[in-house]
Design a binder for this molecule. Sequence first.
Ligand SMILES: C[S@@+](CC[C@H](N)C(=O)[O-])C[C@H]1O[C@@H](n2cnc3c(N)ncnc32)[C@H](O)[C@@H]1O
Length: 487
Amino acid sequence: MPSDPLDSKSSVTPDAASGPGLVTDELIQLEVGPVAHGGHCVARYEGRVVFVRHALPGEVVLARLTESAPDAKFWRADTAEVLEPSPDRVPAPCPVAGICGGCDWQHADLSAQRRMKADVVMEQLRRIARLDEVPTVVVEGPEGDGLGWRTRVRFTVDTEGRPGLRKHRSHDVVAVKECLIASPAASALGITQARWPGALAVEVVEPSTGAPLVVAEAVAGRKGPSLRMPKLGEACVATRDDEGLHQVKGRTWVSEEVTVAGAPRPFRVTGTGFWQVHPAAAQTLLDAVLEAAQAQPGERAVDLYGGVGLFAAGLADQVGVTGSVLLVEGDARASADARRGLHDLGQVRVENGSVPRVLPRLAADGGPLAQGGADVIVLDPPRSGAGKDVMKQVAALAPRVVVYVACDPAALARDLAFASGLGYELDGLRAFDLFPMTHHVECVAVLVPAGERPSPSEVPAAAESSRRPAPNRRRQGGSGFGRSPRR
Ligand SMILES: C[S@@+](CC[C@H](N)C(=O)[O-])C[C@H]1O[C@@H](n2cnc3c(N)ncnc32)[C@H](O)[C@@H]1O
Protein backbone atom coordinates (compact mmCIF):
# COMPACT_ATOMS: atom_id res chain seq x y z
CA MET A 1 0.00 0.00 0.00
CA PRO A 2 1.35 3.45 -0.88
CA SER A 3 2.25 5.67 2.06
CA ASP A 4 2.58 9.03 0.32
CA PRO A 5 -0.10 11.44 1.57
CA LEU A 6 -0.58 12.73 -1.93
CA ASP A 7 -1.52 9.31 -3.24
CA SER A 8 -5.13 9.12 -4.27
CA LYS A 9 -7.87 8.17 -1.82
CA SER A 10 -8.75 5.26 -4.02
CA SER A 11 -5.53 3.59 -2.92
CA VAL A 12 -7.06 3.12 0.53
CA THR A 13 -9.51 0.29 0.43
CA PRO A 14 -11.19 -1.15 3.49
CA ASP A 15 -9.91 -4.57 2.57
CA ALA A 16 -6.31 -3.53 2.30
CA ALA A 17 -6.43 -1.51 5.50
CA SER A 18 -8.13 -3.95 7.82
CA GLY A 19 -7.29 -7.07 9.73
CA PRO A 20 -4.24 -8.26 11.60
CA GLY A 21 -2.02 -7.67 8.56
CA LEU A 22 -2.34 -3.91 8.99
CA VAL A 23 1.09 -2.41 9.59
CA THR A 24 2.39 0.96 10.66
CA ASP A 25 2.62 3.48 7.82
CA GLU A 26 -0.59 2.49 6.11
CA LEU A 27 -3.31 5.03 5.45
CA ILE A 28 -6.80 4.74 6.86
CA GLN A 29 -9.78 7.06 6.56
CA LEU A 30 -11.10 8.39 9.86
CA GLU A 31 -14.03 10.43 11.03
CA VAL A 32 -12.46 12.44 13.80
CA GLY A 33 -14.20 12.57 17.16
CA PRO A 34 -13.50 14.65 20.28
CA VAL A 35 -10.18 15.99 21.47
CA ALA A 36 -8.28 13.89 24.02
CA HIS A 37 -5.56 14.73 26.54
CA GLY A 38 -2.10 14.72 24.94
CA GLY A 39 -2.59 16.76 21.74
CA HIS A 40 -4.65 14.40 19.62
CA CYS A 41 -8.25 13.54 18.81
CA VAL A 42 -10.11 10.28 19.20
CA ALA A 43 -11.38 8.33 16.22
CA ARG A 44 -12.55 4.76 15.77
CA TYR A 45 -11.44 2.33 13.16
CA GLU A 46 -13.34 -0.93 13.01
CA GLY A 47 -14.22 -0.57 16.69
CA ARG A 48 -10.71 0.22 17.85
CA VAL A 49 -9.74 3.60 19.30
CA VAL A 50 -7.21 5.53 17.20
CA PHE A 51 -5.50 8.62 18.64
CA VAL A 52 -4.94 10.85 15.64
CA ARG A 53 -2.64 13.88 15.62
CA HIS A 54 -2.96 17.00 13.49
CA ALA A 55 -6.67 16.49 13.02
CA LEU A 56 -9.58 18.43 14.51
CA PRO A 57 -12.92 17.26 15.90
CA GLY A 58 -15.50 16.76 13.13
CA GLU A 59 -12.97 16.36 10.32
CA VAL A 60 -12.64 13.48 7.91
CA VAL A 61 -8.98 12.69 7.32
CA LEU A 62 -6.68 10.21 5.75
CA ALA A 63 -4.30 9.27 8.51
CA ARG A 64 -1.09 7.33 8.47
CA LEU A 65 -0.80 4.73 11.20
CA THR A 66 2.24 5.36 13.38
CA GLU A 67 1.63 2.69 16.04
CA SER A 68 -0.66 -0.17 15.14
CA ALA A 69 0.28 -3.44 16.80
CA PRO A 70 -2.53 -5.92 16.03
CA ASP A 71 -3.12 -6.71 19.71
CA ALA A 72 -2.80 -3.10 20.96
CA LYS A 73 -5.77 -1.63 22.84
CA PHE A 74 -5.49 1.53 20.74
CA TRP A 75 -3.55 2.72 17.75
CA ARG A 76 -1.91 6.01 16.92
CA ALA A 77 -2.06 7.83 13.60
CA ASP A 78 -1.04 11.14 12.06
CA THR A 79 -3.11 13.11 9.59
CA ALA A 80 -1.74 12.83 6.07
CA GLU A 81 -4.56 14.52 4.17
CA VAL A 82 -7.62 16.42 5.30
CA LEU A 83 -10.64 15.34 3.28
CA GLU A 84 -13.26 17.43 5.11
CA PRO A 85 -11.70 20.27 7.10
CA SER A 86 -13.04 21.82 10.29
CA PRO A 87 -13.92 25.55 10.21
CA ASP A 88 -11.34 25.87 13.04
CA ARG A 89 -8.50 24.73 10.76
CA VAL A 90 -5.87 27.36 9.83
CA PRO A 91 -2.60 27.07 7.88
CA ALA A 92 0.16 26.17 10.37
CA PRO A 93 2.56 29.14 10.59
CA CYS A 94 5.63 26.94 11.13
CA PRO A 95 7.18 24.98 8.24
CA VAL A 96 8.03 22.03 10.53
CA ALA A 97 4.64 21.88 12.27
CA GLY A 98 3.54 18.27 12.09
CA ILE A 99 7.14 17.03 11.93
CA CYS A 100 8.63 18.54 15.07
CA GLY A 101 7.04 17.25 18.28
CA GLY A 102 6.97 20.61 20.06
CA CYS A 103 3.61 21.97 18.87
CA ASP A 104 0.37 20.01 18.67
CA TRP A 105 -2.17 22.60 17.55
CA GLN A 106 -0.57 24.96 15.02
CA HIS A 107 -3.28 23.89 12.56
CA ALA A 108 -6.05 25.18 14.86
CA ASP A 109 -7.27 28.71 15.39
CA LEU A 110 -6.09 30.03 18.80
CA SER A 111 -9.63 30.31 20.18
CA ALA A 112 -10.33 26.72 19.06
CA GLN A 113 -7.12 25.60 20.82
CA ARG A 114 -8.45 27.11 24.03
CA ARG A 115 -11.87 25.51 23.62
CA MET A 116 -10.20 22.14 23.11
CA LYS A 117 -8.03 22.63 26.20
CA ALA A 118 -11.14 23.49 28.23
CA ASP A 119 -12.81 20.30 26.93
CA VAL A 120 -9.76 18.27 27.97
CA VAL A 121 -9.72 19.74 31.49
CA MET A 122 -13.45 19.09 31.94
CA GLU A 123 -13.07 15.55 30.62
CA GLN A 124 -10.30 14.81 33.13
CA LEU A 125 -12.43 16.22 35.96
CA ARG A 126 -15.34 14.04 34.88
CA ARG A 127 -13.49 10.82 34.09
CA ILE A 128 -10.57 10.78 36.56
CA ALA A 129 -11.62 13.07 39.42
CA ARG A 130 -15.16 11.66 39.06
CA LEU A 131 -16.73 14.94 40.09
CA ASP A 132 -20.51 14.84 40.41
CA GLU A 133 -20.71 18.34 39.02
CA VAL A 134 -18.00 19.42 36.62
CA PRO A 135 -17.53 23.19 36.46
CA THR A 136 -17.61 24.88 33.08
CA VAL A 137 -13.97 25.64 32.31
CA VAL A 138 -12.96 28.64 30.22
CA VAL A 139 -9.30 28.75 29.26
CA GLU A 140 -8.04 32.29 29.71
CA GLY A 141 -5.37 33.40 27.29
CA PRO A 142 -2.61 35.94 27.41
CA GLU A 143 -2.56 38.56 24.64
CA GLY A 144 -0.84 37.76 21.39
CA ASP A 145 -0.97 35.43 18.42
CA GLY A 146 0.44 32.41 20.25
CA LEU A 147 3.93 32.75 18.74
CA GLY A 148 7.23 34.10 20.09
CA TRP A 149 6.52 33.36 23.78
CA ARG A 150 8.87 30.57 24.85
CA THR A 151 11.51 32.19 27.09
CA ARG A 152 13.16 28.82 27.73
CA VAL A 153 14.01 26.66 24.72
CA ARG A 154 15.93 23.41 24.82
CA PHE A 155 17.48 22.36 21.50
CA THR A 156 18.62 18.76 21.23
CA VAL A 157 22.01 18.37 19.54
CA ASP A 158 22.54 15.52 17.07
CA THR A 159 25.75 13.54 16.67
CA GLU A 160 26.99 16.06 14.05
CA GLY A 161 26.66 18.89 16.56
CA ARG A 162 23.53 20.37 14.91
CA PRO A 163 20.82 21.67 17.23
CA GLY A 164 17.20 20.87 16.49
CA LEU A 165 13.91 19.83 18.05
CA ARG A 166 12.70 16.33 18.73
CA LYS A 167 10.03 14.58 16.69
CA HIS A 168 6.90 13.47 18.49
CA ARG A 169 7.45 10.27 20.55
CA SER A 170 10.92 9.85 19.05
CA HIS A 171 14.57 10.54 19.76
CA ASP A 172 15.04 11.77 16.17
CA VAL A 173 16.06 15.41 15.91
CA VAL A 174 14.43 17.73 13.35
CA ALA A 175 16.84 20.43 12.16
CA VAL A 176 15.17 23.84 12.50
CA LYS A 177 16.30 27.30 11.37
CA GLU A 178 14.11 28.90 14.00
CA CYS A 179 11.38 27.90 16.39
CA LEU A 180 8.33 30.15 15.90
CA ILE A 181 7.06 29.79 19.45
CA ALA A 182 10.49 30.73 20.88
CA SER A 183 10.91 34.26 22.18
CA PRO A 184 13.02 36.59 20.01
CA ALA A 185 16.35 36.09 21.83
CA ALA A 186 16.50 32.40 21.05
CA SER A 187 16.29 33.21 17.34
CA ALA A 188 18.48 36.32 17.43
CA LEU A 189 21.40 34.57 19.16
CA GLY A 190 21.98 32.25 16.21
CA ILE A 191 21.90 29.06 18.30
CA THR A 192 20.54 27.01 15.41
CA GLN A 193 23.10 28.29 12.91
CA ALA A 194 26.02 27.31 15.14
CA ARG A 195 27.54 23.85 15.67
CA TRP A 196 27.78 22.39 19.19
CA PRO A 197 30.17 19.40 19.05
CA GLY A 198 30.20 17.36 22.26
CA ALA A 199 26.91 18.82 23.47
CA LEU A 200 23.79 16.81 24.20
CA ALA A 201 21.56 19.89 24.29
CA VAL A 202 21.67 23.67 24.29
CA GLU A 203 19.23 25.65 26.35
CA VAL A 204 18.46 29.35 25.92
CA VAL A 205 16.96 31.34 28.77
CA GLU A 206 15.57 34.80 28.02
CA PRO A 207 14.75 36.43 31.36
CA SER A 208 12.39 39.37 31.85
CA THR A 209 15.36 41.57 32.78
CA GLY A 210 19.03 41.48 31.77
CA ALA A 211 21.04 39.42 29.30
CA PRO A 212 19.98 35.97 28.10
CA LEU A 213 21.83 32.90 29.32
CA VAL A 214 22.87 30.00 27.09
CA VAL A 215 23.71 26.67 28.75
CA ALA A 216 25.31 23.84 26.77
CA GLU A 217 24.92 20.40 28.34
CA ALA A 218 27.81 18.03 27.67
CA VAL A 219 27.22 14.48 26.43
CA ALA A 220 27.66 11.80 29.11
CA GLY A 221 31.28 11.39 30.15
CA ARG A 222 32.41 14.71 28.66
CA LYS A 223 33.43 17.62 30.88
CA GLY A 224 31.53 20.88 30.39
CA PRO A 225 34.63 23.11 30.32
CA SER A 226 36.02 21.06 27.39
CA LEU A 227 33.15 22.08 25.09
CA ARG A 228 34.01 24.46 22.26
CA MET A 229 31.44 27.24 22.38
CA PRO A 230 30.44 29.53 19.49
CA LYS A 231 30.41 33.33 19.92
CA LEU A 232 27.01 34.43 21.16
CA GLY A 233 27.05 38.24 21.30
CA GLU A 234 25.92 39.71 24.60
CA ALA A 235 24.55 36.47 26.04
CA CYS A 236 25.95 34.95 29.22
CA VAL A 237 27.26 31.44 28.57
CA ALA A 238 27.72 28.37 30.77
CA THR A 239 28.17 24.64 30.37
CA ARG A 240 26.72 21.83 32.42
CA ASP A 241 27.92 18.30 33.11
CA ASP A 242 27.37 15.75 35.84
CA GLU A 243 29.45 17.88 38.22
CA GLY A 244 27.22 20.92 37.77
CA LEU A 245 27.27 24.31 36.11
CA HIS A 246 30.48 25.91 34.76
CA GLN A 247 30.77 29.59 33.96
CA VAL A 248 32.06 30.42 30.48
CA LYS A 249 31.06 34.07 30.17
CA GLY A 250 29.10 36.39 32.46
CA ARG A 251 26.60 35.21 35.08
CA THR A 252 25.41 31.64 35.51
CA TRP A 253 22.00 32.85 36.64
CA VAL A 254 19.25 35.15 35.39
CA SER A 255 17.04 37.66 37.11
CA GLU A 256 13.27 37.46 36.64
CA GLU A 257 10.95 40.24 37.78
CA VAL A 258 7.36 40.06 38.98
CA THR A 259 5.12 42.62 40.65
CA VAL A 260 4.48 41.62 44.25
CA ALA A 261 2.43 43.88 46.52
CA GLY A 262 2.49 46.62 43.89
CA ALA A 263 6.28 46.74 43.50
CA PRO A 264 8.68 44.95 41.17
CA ARG A 265 10.48 42.09 42.87
CA PRO A 266 13.50 40.24 41.41
CA PHE A 267 13.86 36.46 41.57
CA ARG A 268 17.18 34.78 40.97
CA VAL A 269 17.11 31.62 38.86
CA THR A 270 20.38 29.73 38.50
CA GLY A 271 21.23 27.98 35.21
CA THR A 272 18.26 26.27 33.63
CA GLY A 273 16.41 26.05 36.95
CA PHE A 274 12.62 26.18 36.96
CA TRP A 275 10.81 29.37 36.06
CA GLN A 276 7.54 29.73 34.19
CA VAL A 277 8.16 29.73 30.44
CA HIS A 278 5.59 32.16 29.02
CA PRO A 279 6.52 35.80 29.80
CA ALA A 280 3.02 36.40 31.22
CA ALA A 281 2.90 33.16 33.23
CA ALA A 282 4.63 34.00 36.51
CA GLN A 283 2.53 37.13 37.11
CA THR A 284 -0.70 35.47 35.94
CA LEU A 285 -0.25 32.47 38.21
CA LEU A 286 0.94 34.51 41.19
CA ASP A 287 -2.12 36.75 40.95
CA ALA A 288 -4.44 33.75 40.59
CA VAL A 289 -2.85 31.92 43.53
CA LEU A 290 -3.05 34.96 45.82
CA GLU A 291 -6.65 35.63 44.84
CA ALA A 292 -7.51 32.03 45.65
CA ALA A 293 -5.49 31.83 48.87
CA GLN A 294 -6.55 35.12 50.41
CA ALA A 295 -4.13 34.46 53.22
CA GLN A 296 -4.78 36.75 56.16
CA PRO A 297 -2.34 38.62 58.39
CA GLY A 298 -0.99 36.22 60.99
CA GLU A 299 -1.84 33.04 59.09
CA ARG A 300 0.48 30.11 58.45
CA ALA A 301 1.02 29.42 54.77
CA VAL A 302 2.91 26.56 53.15
CA ASP A 303 4.30 26.68 49.60
CA LEU A 304 5.08 23.13 48.43
CA TYR A 305 7.27 22.61 45.35
CA GLY A 306 8.07 26.28 45.82
CA GLY A 307 10.91 26.73 43.30
CA VAL A 308 12.76 30.00 43.77
CA GLY A 309 9.91 31.48 45.80
CA LEU A 310 7.40 33.06 43.40
CA PHE A 311 4.31 32.18 45.43
CA ALA A 312 6.08 32.40 48.80
CA ALA A 313 6.89 36.06 48.13
CA GLY A 314 3.23 36.87 47.51
CA LEU A 315 2.02 34.78 50.45
CA ALA A 316 4.55 36.55 52.69
CA ASP A 317 2.93 39.85 51.78
CA GLN A 318 -0.55 38.48 52.56
CA VAL A 319 0.33 36.95 55.96
CA GLY A 320 2.53 39.90 56.95
CA VAL A 321 5.22 39.90 59.60
CA THR A 322 2.97 38.20 62.16
CA GLY A 323 2.38 35.25 59.89
CA SER A 324 4.66 32.61 58.42
CA VAL A 325 5.41 31.00 55.08
CA LEU A 326 7.14 27.66 54.82
CA LEU A 327 8.56 26.90 51.37
CA VAL A 328 9.55 23.32 50.52
CA GLU A 329 11.64 22.74 47.41
CA GLY A 330 13.55 19.65 46.31
CA ASP A 331 16.22 21.19 44.12
CA ALA A 332 19.21 22.44 46.12
CA ARG A 333 20.05 25.27 43.70
CA ALA A 334 16.45 26.49 43.55
CA SER A 335 16.26 26.38 47.37
CA ALA A 336 19.46 28.43 47.58
CA ASP A 337 18.02 30.92 45.06
CA ALA A 338 14.84 31.13 47.15
CA ARG A 339 16.82 31.78 50.36
CA ARG A 340 18.85 34.46 48.66
CA GLY A 341 15.88 36.05 46.88
CA LEU A 342 13.57 36.12 49.91
CA HIS A 343 16.15 36.97 52.61
CA ASP A 344 14.41 40.29 53.34
CA LEU A 345 11.19 38.46 54.29
CA GLY A 346 11.76 37.28 57.84
CA GLN A 347 8.46 35.38 57.91
CA VAL A 348 9.65 33.00 55.14
CA ARG A 349 11.53 29.80 55.90
CA VAL A 350 12.95 27.65 53.09
CA GLU A 351 13.30 23.88 53.53
CA ASN A 352 15.28 21.95 50.95
CA GLY A 353 14.11 18.38 50.43
CA SER A 354 11.54 16.17 48.82
CA VAL A 355 8.00 17.09 49.85
CA PRO A 356 6.86 13.57 50.84
CA ARG A 357 9.91 13.21 53.08
CA VAL A 358 10.11 16.75 54.46
CA LEU A 359 6.43 17.32 55.29
CA PRO A 360 6.12 14.52 57.88
CA ARG A 361 9.32 15.75 59.55
CA LEU A 362 8.03 19.33 59.72
CA ALA A 363 4.67 18.16 61.03
CA ALA A 364 6.19 15.89 63.69
CA ASP A 365 6.47 17.01 67.29
CA GLY A 366 8.82 19.92 67.53
CA GLY A 367 8.46 20.79 63.83
CA PRO A 368 7.17 24.16 62.64
CA LEU A 369 3.87 22.62 61.50
CA ALA A 370 3.27 20.65 64.69
CA GLN A 371 1.35 23.41 66.41
CA GLY A 372 -1.84 24.22 64.55
CA GLY A 373 -1.03 22.80 61.13
CA ALA A 374 -1.41 25.26 58.28
CA ASP A 375 -4.10 27.72 57.21
CA VAL A 376 -3.21 27.91 53.53
CA ILE A 377 -1.33 25.37 51.44
CA VAL A 378 -0.21 26.14 47.90
CA LEU A 379 1.21 23.27 45.90
CA ASP A 380 2.67 23.34 42.40
CA PRO A 381 4.03 19.85 41.76
CA PRO A 382 5.82 18.61 38.65
CA ARG A 383 3.82 16.98 35.82
CA SER A 384 3.38 13.70 37.68
CA GLY A 385 1.33 15.48 40.35
CA ALA A 386 1.60 15.29 44.13
CA GLY A 387 0.25 11.76 44.63
CA LYS A 388 -1.75 10.11 47.36
CA ASP A 389 0.82 10.32 50.18
CA VAL A 390 1.43 14.03 49.73
CA MET A 391 -2.31 14.74 49.45
CA LYS A 392 -2.76 12.81 52.71
CA GLN A 393 -0.05 14.88 54.39
CA VAL A 394 -1.63 18.07 53.07
CA ALA A 395 -5.07 17.10 54.38
CA ALA A 396 -3.54 16.11 57.74
CA LEU A 397 -2.46 19.73 58.21
CA ALA A 398 -6.16 20.66 57.84
CA PRO A 399 -5.72 23.87 55.85
CA ARG A 400 -8.82 25.99 55.31
CA VAL A 401 -7.84 26.28 51.66
CA VAL A 402 -5.54 24.38 49.30
CA VAL A 403 -4.48 26.08 46.08
CA TYR A 404 -3.25 23.51 43.57
CA VAL A 405 -1.32 24.77 40.54
CA ALA A 406 -1.21 22.05 37.87
CA CYS A 407 0.52 21.75 34.53
CA ASP A 408 -1.15 18.41 33.80
CA PRO A 409 -4.94 18.20 34.14
CA ALA A 410 -4.82 14.39 34.39
CA ALA A 411 -2.46 14.53 37.39
CA LEU A 412 -4.61 17.28 38.90
CA ALA A 413 -7.73 15.12 38.45
CA ARG A 414 -6.02 12.15 40.13
CA ASP A 415 -5.03 14.29 43.09
CA LEU A 416 -8.52 15.80 43.29
CA ALA A 417 -9.89 12.26 43.55
CA PHE A 418 -7.51 11.57 46.47
CA ALA A 419 -8.45 14.89 48.05
CA SER A 420 -12.13 14.05 47.83
CA GLY A 421 -11.49 10.85 49.80
CA LEU A 422 -9.69 13.00 52.38
CA GLY A 423 -12.60 15.42 52.86
CA TYR A 424 -11.62 18.22 50.45
CA GLU A 425 -13.72 19.33 47.49
CA LEU A 426 -13.13 21.50 44.45
CA ASP A 427 -14.39 25.03 45.06
CA GLY A 428 -13.20 26.75 41.89
CA LEU A 429 -10.84 26.33 38.99
CA ARG A 430 -9.21 28.67 36.49
CA ALA A 431 -7.31 27.50 33.44
CA PHE A 432 -4.73 29.48 31.48
CA ASP A 433 -3.31 29.06 27.99
CA LEU A 434 0.31 29.63 28.96
CA PHE A 435 1.63 27.23 26.28
CA PRO A 436 -0.12 28.30 23.05
CA MET A 437 0.16 25.96 20.03
CA THR A 438 0.88 23.00 22.33
CA HIS A 439 -1.65 20.82 24.16
CA HIS A 440 -0.42 22.02 27.54
CA VAL A 441 -2.70 23.99 29.83
CA GLU A 442 -2.09 25.35 33.32
CA CYS A 443 -4.82 25.10 35.96
CA VAL A 444 -5.22 26.70 39.36
CA ALA A 445 -7.68 24.69 41.44
CA VAL A 446 -9.06 25.68 44.83
CA LEU A 447 -9.92 23.01 47.36
CA VAL A 448 -11.76 23.52 50.61
CA PRO A 449 -12.99 21.15 53.30
CA ALA A 450 -16.17 19.52 52.08
CA GLY A 451 -19.42 20.57 53.67
CA GLU A 452 -20.76 23.81 54.92
CA ARG A 453 -18.74 26.94 54.38
CA PRO A 454 -19.06 29.68 56.99
CA SER A 455 -18.84 33.28 55.88
CA PRO A 456 -15.61 35.25 56.55
CA SER A 457 -17.14 36.87 59.64
CA GLU A 458 -17.42 33.45 61.27
CA VAL A 459 -13.71 32.79 60.91
CA PRO A 460 -11.73 33.52 64.06
CA ALA A 461 -8.57 35.59 63.80
CA ALA A 462 -5.66 33.42 62.75
CA ALA A 463 -3.79 34.08 65.98
CA GLU A 464 -6.71 32.63 67.93
CA SER A 465 -7.30 29.68 65.65
CA SER A 466 -6.52 26.55 67.55
CA ARG A 467 -5.67 23.06 66.43
CA ARG A 468 -7.66 21.53 63.58
CA PRO A 469 -10.15 21.24 62.09
CA ALA A 470 -10.02 24.89 61.14
CA PRO A 471 -13.19 26.56 60.01
CA ASN A 472 -13.46 26.96 56.32
CA ARG A 473 -13.70 30.32 54.64
CA ARG A 474 -15.05 31.27 51.27
CA ARG A 475 -12.81 33.48 49.24
CA GLN A 476 -13.79 37.10 48.95
CA GLY A 477 -13.47 39.77 46.33
CA GLY A 478 -13.86 40.05 42.56
CA SER A 479 -12.94 36.54 41.65
CA GLY A 480 -12.14 34.60 38.55
CA PHE A 481 -12.81 31.63 40.83
CA GLY A 482 -16.42 32.50 41.67
CA ARG A 483 -18.22 29.18 41.75
CA SER A 484 -18.88 28.51 38.13
CA PRO A 485 -22.15 27.26 36.75
CA ARG A 486 -22.14 23.47 36.78
CA ARG A 487 -22.60 21.30 33.75
C1 LIG B 1 6.28 23.29 38.54
S1 LIG B 1 7.70 23.76 39.43
C2 LIG B 1 7.02 25.03 40.45
C3 LIG B 1 7.97 26.02 41.04
C4 LIG B 1 7.36 27.29 41.62
N1 LIG B 1 6.14 27.05 42.33
C5 LIG B 1 7.19 28.34 40.56
O1 LIG B 1 6.05 28.58 40.14
O2 LIG B 1 8.16 28.93 40.12
C6 LIG B 1 7.91 22.41 40.47
C7 LIG B 1 9.04 22.51 41.44
O3 LIG B 1 9.00 21.35 42.26
C8 LIG B 1 10.33 20.92 42.49
N2 LIG B 1 10.20 19.50 42.84
C9 LIG B 1 10.01 18.44 42.01
N3 LIG B 1 9.83 17.31 42.73
C10 LIG B 1 9.92 17.67 44.03
C11 LIG B 1 9.80 16.96 45.26
N4 LIG B 1 9.55 15.65 45.28
N5 LIG B 1 9.92 17.65 46.40
C12 LIG B 1 10.16 18.99 46.40
N6 LIG B 1 10.26 19.70 45.27
C13 LIG B 1 10.16 19.06 44.11
C14 LIG B 1 11.08 21.24 41.25
O4 LIG B 1 12.47 21.38 41.51
C15 LIG B 1 10.42 22.56 40.83
O5 LIG B 1 11.11 23.65 41.38
